[in-house]
Design a protein around this ligand. Structure first.
Ligand code: SF4
Length: 357
């Protein structure tokens, strides 16, 4: 078992990545970065969903210059995603970026790398090295023949070496692959090889449905080993969905303290209420709650009371009505038509109580 708190802490804006068990949620804008209004609007939606760091693509001068205005209008740290062009990195840094994702080995001549490192040092800005199985350096493909976990870690060490040689240590590393076992092996080896914080992701994982499963399998395996300091779920979907999945995944491992959890049953022939619609509405209702309460929605009295006793608030269905439980005690019976509204009222009440304590 690795312990994520054993990693080196790295400051990114007002956050610290690594050095603790906290795992931070990231996402990436889908907008053209130069379109400030659209980018800021998307960042606000992501932030409201629980995103803590956001990355934008900086693929041209206009995008690098837009950072200044974007930064004025958002409150979470902003990361610039840059490939090859050190001038874009320098402009992004000048304009107040909080972190740069660039691979130093791909920048080119040493003076260009030194210029980026110097600018980052002056402003306390970290660099994320983003290793991707699909774009490994030629010398590694020549050596290994094809992408392997060992080649990915060697790539990370190659880029780390360049930064360390310049006495730069505010480093975060990702080793993404769309092949889940390869990503798990690469991250596991990386956690043994160095102590820089790891940003977890399964790249090009697919749509909301398949990407959620692939990302959860891969990132979940790593989180269960104590590996990973930030996460991004990459989906071919609205990035708000990435944040929702990430929050749910972190909840599964008890790695988030500002989210409510829903327990609901799969239903069976014993069911006598419309449980699916109640569970879905409750899930939507609690998604914005920022306190760690547990809500259970169970179909009948077989498992319902037992589960509801474990939750802060819950219902167990019966024929045309439901039992409402609060901290394990049955409070009252409620007609089915009023179950949802009564449950929401009780949830609000519990949240109020929690916020006062
Ligand atoms: Fe079936 Fe009741 Fe279990 Fe739901 S809680 S699956 S309705 S037995």
């Amino acid at each position: 078992m690795f312990h994520r708190k054993d990693t080196v802490p790295v400051r990114v804006g007002n956050l610290t990545i690594g050095g603790s068990d906290e795992v931070i949620i990231q996402s990436m804008c889908t907008t053209k970065t130069a379109d400030v209004a659209a980018t800021v609007a998307e960042i606000h939606r992501l932030e409201e969903a629980g995103c803590q760091i956001v990355r934008v693509t900086v693929n041209n001068k206009e995008a690098a210059e837009a950072i200044k205005e974007i930064k004025k209008q958002i409150s979470i740290p902003l990361v610039a995603d840059i490939h090859f062009d050190h001038r874009l990195a320098l402009t992004a840094i000048e304009n107040g970026i909080d972190k740069v994702r660039i691979n130093p080995g791909n920048i080119g001549k040493r003076d260009k790398v030194e210029a980026v490192v110097r600018a980052c040092k002056e402003r306390g800005i970290p660099i994320r090295i983003g290793v991707n199985a699909g774009s490994l350096e030629k010398h590694l493909l020549d050596k290994y023949g094809y992408p392997t976990p060992e080649a990915m870690v060697e790539s990370a060490l190659f880029h780390i070496g360049i930064l360390e040689e310049l006495d730069f240590h505010d480093i975060i590393v990702s080793l993404k692959a769309s092949d889940v076992p390869m990503a798990i092996a690469a991250y596991t080896k990386a956690a043994e090889a160095f102590r820089y914080p790891l940003h977890l992701g399964i790249t090009e994982s697919g749509t909301l449905f398949s990407g959620t499963i692939k990302s959860s399998a891969g990132i979940g395996a790593l989180l269960s080993l104590g590996i990973g300091n930030t996460v991004r779920i990459s989906l071919s979907a609205d990035p708000v969905e990435e944040v929702k999945v990430a929050r749910e995944l972190l909840k599964t491992f008890g790695l988030i303290s500002n989210a409510a959890t829903l327990v609901s049953c799969p239903t069976c022939g014993r069911l006598d209420i419309d449980l699916f619609s109640i569970a879905n509405e409750v899930e939507e209702y609690i998604s914005k709650i920022k306190v760690p309460i547990k809500v259970s929605v169970l179909g009948c009295a077989v498992n319902g009371p037992g589960e509801a006793r474990e939750a802060d608030i819950g219902i167990a269905g019966a024929r045309g009505e439901g039992m409402l439980f609060r901290y394990g005690e049955m409070v009252r019976k409620v007609p089915e038509a009023d179950l949802l509204s009564e449950l929401k009222k009780e949830i609000d009440h519990i949240v109020d109580e929690y916020e006062k304590t």
